[in-house]
Ligand binder design. Structure first.
Ligand code: ARG
Ligand code: ZN
Length: 850
């Protein structure tokens, strides 16, 4: 059933307090609720409750409800207006639920003996009857009963005894922020004193065996709390803050008030088990969930169409945080690579939707790169347009005006209009219109007048349901670099508002090179003619690190596209890259990014965007050949770099040493194309941290020489789930394409392929799908393998199955034969008689493109 933004109507009751009393048992948990309602509008009382609630009693003010006034369907409970008192009343219900049978991991479930919850977006209705919508906010009082040693819920602990604990959360919140945890857990504990001097107790709860891997998460939490005070003036508002790590989790983590629940892979880290990238991600997600306390919890969303109100803003904030505590330049490039790889891809395919969608069938299918990452980009543009001060003033007004409310994108834009006086009517299209605008630049150079005119035009291709795309406001940051590398014009932001618009620069002595879209000032694609030499000038001299990296990336992409069509390695490219290799003034992490060639999926997208049909095998060969060519041309430099970037001393996950390791591994990746894996094997044997181990292992897997290393990995880490997830993902992902499907099939036969665990499923099935030439194998074996597993997972865990269908979203870009095979696989999935609504919606949308 499709829901529409335009159909919003307020709930006709306010909830004054919600009390829950939960007696935990694996198969028969009893939930008693008392909800105090106060009428604010007309109508009957409608509560949400998923199938799976065994309802034992329903009362109003203590008296059973007359059957004539009570209607219960699978999904709602309705009490007629006639049966409701005029004054405030208490609805009470007792239901029984079965956490052990809950493999969907939505609502209350068991993960490795730990009771835990996931209620966003609509999981609370699987726990008890409730107005499960984000604009109904209430303080909660919760009693948890169990003989497990640790019993947690939201807010502050108020009382506890043998086998029970009571929690009170004074801050009104929607049900999606409810959480409950019970288990045999141990904590890393610490405290934080807020800017106004209040002491907050902090705990990171994990299974006893994992206790030695939780310190980093605690440090990240304290850093995040301080940062939000300094950067946004936001202080924490309860006496305790708890984080719990669980192994079975559909997503990354969840910002439940005062009780964040995390996928254990985003908490647990030690040098021997986690990579630098894992550490960086843990730090960012801890920050993200913590920042939700203000952007999401204190101010929440009116309805789920507004999801990007909290997610876009909170991603933007966690990106700012990472830029501050690590390298801003590197973070920006990483974020753009991710945005293009996932969000541009989404925007260009059948699943395109605006950051604020106006319809959905299943909201869980809209926790997307568009809502999250594009939502964050839109805020970045807004900040650029109103300036740092305007942004700060607007945010202060937002927190002031809307604290305790459930808001909309309109509310959000209004604070910017009121605080800065700017009209944002046109800017709003970024929220309501899907698709990535294409920005075209033509340059007009008048030598006599020393005048450069930039002639821009913008166009956005139609997306499903949105044929017409009016012009948007595009902030275009530009600078000018002279032919000999000096910056003749520092960054200036051009504000484009029309479909076509010119901007002139006077008084130039000679024709400069335009450094365009500095800092990636808008989420657009760029179409401009540029010579290889001009790109090389920017790669060598641009003062903006993003534009500098982009120049190198464009050079690589042009070479790869040409090579995939039978061309050979462009010497200007390999030569220009040499400059970056030898420049010791550059941040190693930046050089590593310059050395990283565009991925195969990105090359395919580029070829499709240029109007041709990508050939996955040719792309794979082109990328291999370019990497080999690069390695051959720069063997000495790379080898020196490989030695020079060795990091002495004990492991530290900080940006400096992590950057050196990333450059070292980038060099290794190239050198292993020449040395047959000798260096990679030596590194595998000697490395003491997981970052270098995985870098070495990936190179060995690519060379099909990883047998001994994999055996050692298994012997040492067989009982460590997170490390074994890497074991399951690196093989299908890095294997030579022809080997990948057989390798994946073998792995799927292993007894430790615990496919009901989302991390394990994503490692293997997602790993194969990430191997572009293997997933898109001409014989359809990649499509079939993934579709078969999705068919198996869907009845067990619809959310995770639905999410993974996105690996098929690019199917329309390939040749007729591949399209037919992909369609056949998707149609098999669509034809499953018991297909879930989640996966059903996704497959229908994906198929509609063909
Ligand atoms: N709000 C969470 C976050 O951004 C994501 C939870 C989404 N869960 C879901 N089942 N859709 O960190
Ligand atoms: Zn979030």
């Amino acid at each position: 059933e499709t829901r529409f933004l335009r159909d919003y109507s307020p709930y006709p009751f306010r909830v004054r307090e919600t009390r829950l009393d939960v007696t935990l048992a694996p198969q028969g948990t009893v939930v008693s609720s008392r909800i105090e309602f106060e009428r604010t509008g007309a109508g009957s009382l409608v509560l949400d409750g998923g199938t799976g609630l065994r309802t034992r009693s329903v009362t109003i003010d203590g008296a059973p409800v007359d059957a004539a006034h009570l209607a219960m369907t699978g999904e709602t409970l309705t009490i007629a207006e006639a049966a409701l008192p005029d004054r405030p009343f208490t609805f009470a219900a007792q239901v029984e639920i079965d956490p052990e049978a809950n493999t969907a991991l939505e609502g209350l479930y068991l993960s490795g003996g730990i009771f835990c919850t996931q209620c966003e977006a609509e999981g609370f209705r699987h726990i008890t009857w409730y107005p499960d919508r984000p604009d109904v906010m209430a303080p909660f009082r919760v009693t948890v009963r169990s003989n497990l040693p640790v019993l947690l819920s939201n807010g502050n602990p108020v009382a506890q005894g043998e086998g029970w604990a009571e929690w009170h959360d004074p801050w009104p919140k929607p049900a999606y922020l409810f959480a409950l945890v019970a288990g045999d857990l141990k904590a890393v504990s610490d405290s934080f004193t807020t800017m106004s001097g209040r002491k907050v107790a902090l705990n990171v709860w994990v299974r006893p065996a994992d206790l030695d891997r939780a310190d980093f998460a605690m440090e990240a939490l304290k850093k995040s709390m301080r940062w939000d005070e300094t950067a946004y003036g936001r202080e924490y508002d309860l006496d305790v803050f708890n984080i719990v790590a669980v192994d079975d989790f559909n997503m990354g983590a969840m910002e439940n008030k005062g009780l964040n629940i995390f996928n254990s892979k985003l908490v647990l880290a030690s040098p021997e088990t986690a990579t630098d990238a894992d550490y960086e991600r843990i730090e960012a997600v801890i920050a993200h969930e913590y920042f939700h306390n203000w952007t999401g919890n204190r101010i929440t969303c009116r309805d789920w169409f507004q999801l990007c109100l909290k997610e876009g803003l909170t991603v933007f904030r966690d990106q700012q945080f990472t830029s501050d505590v690590r390298s801003a330049a590197v973070k920006r490039i990483e974020d753009v690579v991710m945005l293009r790889g996932r969000q541009f891809r989404e925007d260009a395919g059948p699943l395109a939707h605006p950051p604020r969608p106006d319809r959905y069938e299943e909201i869980n299918n809209f926790y997307t790169a568009t809502v999250y990452e594009k939502g964050a980009e839109v805020i970045g543009m807004l900040r650029r347009l109103v300036g740092d001060d305007g942004y700060r003033k607007s945010l202060d007004l937002y927190f002031d005006r809307h604290d305790g409310q459930a808001c909309t994108i309109e509310d959000w834009l209004k604070v910017f209009e009121d605080a800065t006086g700017r009209d944002l009517a046109q800017f709003k299209r970024w929220y309501t219109d899907a698709g990535t605008p294409k920005l075209t630049l033509a340059e007009d150079w008048d030598d006599e007048a020393g005048r450069l005119t930039l002639r821009f035009s913008q166009a956005t291709a139609p997306t499903p349901g949105q044929p017409d795309k009016p012009a948007r406001v595009i902030p275009i940051a530009v600078g000018l670099i002279s032919q000999n590398g000096d910056e003749v014009l520092p960054t200036r932001v051009l504000e484009m508002t029309e479909a076509r618009q010119d901007f002139g620069f006077e008084g130039l002595g000679s024709r400069p090179v335009v450094s365009l879209l500095r800092g990636f000032s808008a989420p657009v694609t760029v179409d401009r003619k540029m010579t290889t030499v001009e790109r090389a000038i920017l790669l060598a001299h641009d003062t903006d690190s993003f534009a500098r990296w982009q120049a190198g990336h464009d050079l690589a992409m042009d070479s790869l596209v040409a090579m995939a069509r039978g061309g050979s390695v462009d010497p200007v490219f390999t030569h220009a890259l040499g400059g970056a290799l030898d420049d010791e003034s550059l941040d190693p992490a930046f050089v590593a990014l310059v050395l990283r060639l565009p991925g195969e999926d990105e090359i395919a997208a580029e070829i499709a965007a240029r109007g041709a049909t990508p050939d996955p095998d040719a792309i794979h060969q082109a990328r291999d050949a370019l990497a080999a060519g690069l390695a051959a041309e720069h063997e000495r430099g790379l080898s020196t770099l490989y030695d020079r970037m060795e990091v002495p001393g004990p492991y530290s996950p900080e940006a400096g040493p992590a950057g050196r390791r990333s450059l070292r591994l980038a060099a290794l990746g190239l050198l292993s194309r020449l040395d047959g894996g000798v260096r990679a094997q030596a590194l595998w044997d000697s490395a003491s941290n997981m970052t270098e181990k995985m870098g070495a292992l990936a190179a060995l897997v690519r060379l099909d020489r990883a047998g001994p290393a994999l055996a050692q990995m298994e012997a040492r880490f067989g009982d460590n789930r997170l490390v074994m997830d890497k074991f399951f993902s690196v093989q299908p992902m890095a294997a030579p394409p022809a080997r990948a499907v057989p390798v994946a099939k073998e792995l799927a036969e292993r007894p430790d392929f615990d496919w009901k665990n989302p991390n394990r499923f994503r490692s293997l099935i997602g790993g194969l799908a990430a191997n572009h030439a293997a997933f898109h194998a001409g014989d359809g074996s990649g499509y079939d393998f993934v579709a078969d597993w999705l068919m198996r997972l869907d009845p067990v865990n619809p959310q995770t199955a639905a999410r993974m269908t996105t690996v098929f979203e690019t199917w329309p870009r390939y040749d007729a034969d591949r399209r037919a095979r992909a369609r056949e696989a998707l149609e098999r999935l669509a034809a499953l008689p018991s297909l879930s609504g989640n996966t059903g919606e996704m497959v229908r949308r994906i198929l509609a493109a063909g």
